[in-house]
Write a protein that binds this ligand. Sequence first.
Ligand SMILES: [Zn+2]
Length: 216
Amino acid sequence: MLVESLASKAGACSGRYVDGTPFKHAGKPEGAADEFGHELVKAGYNYHGSEVMVNGMLGTEMPAEIFIGSVYYQRLRHMVSDKFQVRSCGPVNKMTHQPIKGRKLGGGIRFGEMERDSLLAHGAAYLLHDRLHSCSDRHIANVCSTCGSLLAPTVVGTGISLSNLAAADGSRGTAIVCRLCDSPKGVEKVALPYVFKYLASELAAMNIRISLTLKK
Ligand SMILES: [Zn+2]
């Protein structure tokens, strides 16, 4: 590309086609710069193809000379208007409660493992919590502190006869009762990613039980 830049610059000055094949000058005492340098000087350019540039904001001359020439390239059809992506609120996946993907669907850009590692390396714990929890699939789950179950606590109407329901908070006519302990006692609200609950359900389907130990 460097040889092509020099060759095309010299060619443009004299109005002719120039061979800019790489390695053509290898092994010869005169390099590519020497072949095109004389022509460039004749046309009023720098021998090595560099040019003086001026700062567009300050109008001052840049201290470094910058190598400039033309090269052949093909323009690619990548437009910002086709690629920009933005999301604040939007649709979520029914299964995981996490934001969906896809620009057209108003989805988010995945904050993956590598991005997570980056925030961990920076010690940005609050930002990590914000991205992966608060802005993702934050869920207030009912966990039974007695048996540790994430799936057993169930919202029931107070009309249903359960032995210990008298102790339930029936202010709205419903109570959250642990189906395993048959009691509303010890059911606590815990903020966790919804996919964790989904994982617990998938494991339960395979006969594997997750038990949580709650601490104040
Ligand atoms: Zn329980």
